[in-house]
Design a protein around this ligand. Structure first.
Ligand code: SF4
Ligand code: SF4
Length: 358
């Protein structure tokens, strides 16, 4: 779904219909907006830091190119940003030339960009959704000192940026991701919570993404004695619906599902998950891994109790799905959720059969 959804329309047509989930099913589970490919924005690694530095300064961004990039990121936090810089030899293919150099000189520009890429664990030409890239910057570079400039410089060539010692970057860093990309409002999340909870309570069929059956289990196992709804998602409500009606059909769907609408990571404009460090990518793999282990596909519908029996028989541990089978994290995008050896909460829910009677 590409158009935004105002609250009046949302309330009128209901969360799931409004978000196009019915049409997703008829389109073999492929959300319409996955075909819309945003244009890649090329930028220099130092410009990523400069944006944070300007935000820290607290005034207008000033620089037209930086302002343009930030506006595009705020408009669409998933817009791909590609980091291009001076690189010799095998990465020369992506060298953008010196037009984007800051006044500190070509040599300094080349080193600063490579310093930044090295700290980010990336290489020239790497592209990521903007939200991921800024989160990666925040996680890996907390200061501009010794990156954008040096307290004592060894030669004029290495004087660096005059703002490097100003503390602006550090202030921008302290403000965090919400200063770059404003978060979803509490009011919108609360409205989506109310509407989506009502949809679950009235649903004849639940629409759940495959690995969320496991997340429901982790949620249940962590709160067996104190199971209660939370504002941030609908895991409780989905469990409650199944406990009340163990044979309620569940359709396994692609992408975000009935559990997602109140979540901070849920993008109400697109219906996509914008969770950090490529959460959507990890979640897609987890969904496919669950389907493969269960011998099912998107669009399959089974009674909840039957589906859970299969889940617990064929997937004894979160290590098999959320720990990628071997518990190894090979990149930030492929982080492991919880204990790499398997979350004990899932084990508890598996033993308790998610609290289903009989
Ligand atoms: S370990 Fe897996 S199933 Fe459990 S909460 Fe994390 S992503 Fe969900
Ligand atoms: S993090 Fe993403 S997949 Fe998980 S509940 Fe939130 S929107 Fe849904």
């Amino acid at each position: 779904m590409s158009q935004s959804l105002d609250r009046r329309n949302f309330a009128k047509v209901g969360a799931f219909a409004a978000l196009g989930w019915a049409s997703r099913e008829t389109a073999a589970g492929i959300p319409a907006d996955t075909t819309a490919c945003p244009k890649v924005i090329d930028l220099r690694p130092y410009q990523l830091m400069c944006i944070l530095c300007r935000i820290g300064e607290g005034e207008d961004i000033g620089d037209a190119r930086l302002a343009e990039i930030l506006a595009a990121v705020r408009e669409d936090p998933k817009v791909p940003l590609r980091l291009r810089c001076h690189a010799d030899s095998v990465y020369q293919y992506q060298d953008p030339g010196s037009a984007g150099d800051s006044p500190e000189g070509e040599l300094f520009n080349a080193k600063r960009d490579l310093d930044i890429l090295q700290k980010l664990g990336l290489v020239p030409g790497d592209a990521r959704p903007a939200i991921d890239l800024f989160q990666r910057l925040l996680a890996n570079i907390s200061t501009a000192k010794n990156v954008c400039g040096y307290e004592t410089f060894t030669a004029e060539t290495w004087r660096g940026c005059s703002r490097a010692q100003s503390g602006y970057y550090e202030k921008g860093h302290a403000l965090g991701i919400s200063a770059v990309i404003p978060p979803r409002s509490k009011e919108e999340k609360a409205a989506y919570k109310t509407t989506s909870v009502a949809e679950i309570a009235e649903a004849k069929t639940l629409r759940i993404r495959p690995h969320h059956l496991m997340c429901m289990s982790c949620f249940y196992g962590g709160r067996i004695d104190n199971l209660a709804p939370i504002q941030e998602d609908n895991l409780f409500e989905a469990i409650d619906a199944i406990q009340k009606k163990p044979d309620i059909p569940i359709t396994l769907i692609r992408g975000t599902c009935m559990i997602c609408p109140p979540c901070s990571h849920y993008d109400s404009k697109t219906g996509l998950c914008l969770g950090g460090r490529s959460m959507a990518l990890r979640d897609q793999k987890k969904d496919l891994d669950v389907l493969q282990k269960l011998g099912l596909k998107y669009g399959d519908t089974l009674p909840a109790k039957n589906l859970l029996e299969q889940l617990y028989a064929k997937i004894p541990s979160t290590r098999d799905i959320c720990g990628w089978g071997d518990g190894k994290e090979r990149a930030p995008e492929w982080s492991v959720c919880g204990d790499p050896d398997g979350r004990k909460e899932y084990g508890k829910a598996r033993i308790a059969r998610l609290g289903l009677k009989g």
